[in-house]
Ligand binder design. Structure first.
Ligand code: NAD
Ligand code: TYD
Length: 340
């Protein structure tokens, strides 16, 4: 692993992963390849922008030519693909971009990587490909039963990575991470949305009864899990990267409000998300066998995350004043009106 291409490296987990890898591996060269959609943000990579081992390229993973050139010109031996459309609610409003990037894009990236002779390819996938589980925890061999357009498009990329191993003998691996949180997460996902809304004394739109369960994973633990699978995972295999930290949404919201010193009256139960998965849970046994486990306690990680958003208003205020406003209106305008 000398020359690493990090696709989607200007997003939330990708940018944290770039920092993680540059810090951990002194001899590595990292090229970020990112389309800079609404979720991509060069501010996320500001802290490494002066590092000589780092370089940024703007491009779409679904375009053959630019992908081929990025691989060849930089002599890439390893690809880690974070690039994706990632928000379930946006996939319900308009699935088009999800198919473009998460399905076609992953195919193009695999195909160009195969032609060029990339030595290792890691596709970052999600626990959402399994669907919902009332009790117990998903293992990697369980059937994929995705329920949202987002999850279905991610399942497609995940399976394509497997097929490229079986058919062409390509050295691919897949990680399936659980709900991730931490610094630089775009404020459409529930934690940064609720933290920043609460800081502005705005309502927190809680879907349905708030009793859905998510397995929360701190971003540093997610990056370490991806790194472990990248180095030690068996070609053609998928690996769960779960936080081993299941919580009801409402309980997480209470914790947030307590940390922020804000009242519970900010919580607004609103119309539920269609097809809302009730519970996610992952069995990490296979990934733990590679020597990885989640390290950071949820309480500590949530505290750090809240502190980060409190100290980095410049980062999220810029985002919240742009295209975001239209999205917020489309997603929450009627829901919040319905209950007022
Ligand atoms: P994000 O939305 O913050 O970032 C996605 C990045 O991909 C952005 O920088 C965007 O500009 C880029 N991108 C989008 N389309 C592109 C294209 N066609 N070509 C090149 N770049 C493109 O996402 P995130 O939350 O950091 O998630 C990263 C990956 O991890 C995704 O694949 C996601 O499915 C997966 N994942 C996320 C979570 C989570 O809780 N956030 C959990 C498990 C897995
Ligand atoms: P989200 O951050 O969108 O992640 P995912 O859908 O990938 O799990 O949502 C996490 C949980 O929070 C999920 O159960 C939906 C819920 N949620 C709300 O209650 N209100 C909101 O405004 C959002 C965005 C999510």
């Amino acid at each position: 692993m000398k020359n690493l291409l990090v696709c989607g490296g200007a997003g939330f987990i990708g940018s944290n992963f770039v920092r993680y890898m540059l810090k951990k591996y002194p001899d590595i060269h990292v090229v970020v390849y990112d389309k800079l959609t609404y979720a991509g943000n060069r501010d996320n990579l500001e802290s490494v922008s002066q590092d000589e081992r780092y370089k940024f390229l703007q491009g779409d993973i679904a375009e053959h030519g630019p992908v081929a050139r990025a691989l060849e010109f930089n002599r890439i031996d390893t690809v880690v693909n974070f690039a994706a459309e990632t928000h379930v609610d946006r996939s319900i409003l308009d699935p088009d971009a999800f198919i473009h990037t998460n399905t076609m894009g992953v195919y193009v990236l695999l195909e160009e990587s195969r032609k060029y002779g990339v030595e290792r390819f890691l596709q970052v996938s999600t626990d959402e490909v399994y669907g919902s589980i009332p009790q117990g925890a998903f293992r990697e061999g369980d059937p994929l039963e995705p329920n949202s357009p987002y999850a279905a498009s991610k399942a497609s990329g995940d399976l394509m990575a497997r097929a490229y191993h079986v058919t062409y003998g390509m050295n691919t691996v897949v990680t399936r991470g659980s709900n991730t949180f931490g610094p630089y997460q775009y404020p459409e996902k529930v934690l940064p949305l609720f933290i920043t809304n609460a800081l502005e004394d705005q309502p927190l739109p809680l879907y349905g009864d708030g009793k859905q369960v998510r397995d929360w994973l701190y971003v540093d633990d997610h990056c370490a899990g991806i790194d472990a699978v990248l180095r030690h995972g068996q070609p053609g295999e998928a690996y769960n990267v779960g936080g081993e930290n299941e919580r009801h949404n409402i309980d997480v919201v209470y914790m947030l409000l307590e940390l922020l010193g804000k009242p519970q009256s900010l919580i607004r139960p609103v119309e539920d998300r269609p097809g809302h998965d009730r519970r996610y849970a992952l069995d990490n046994t296979k990934t733990r066998q590679l020597g990885w486990k989640p390290e950071v306690s949820f309480e500590e990680a949530l505290k750090c995350t809240v502190e980060w958003y409190k100290s980095n208003e410049w980062w999220w205020r810029k985002i919240k004043s742009g295209e975001y406003q239209q999205y917020y209106k489309a997603q929450y305008g009627q829901r919040l009106k319905d209950i007022s």
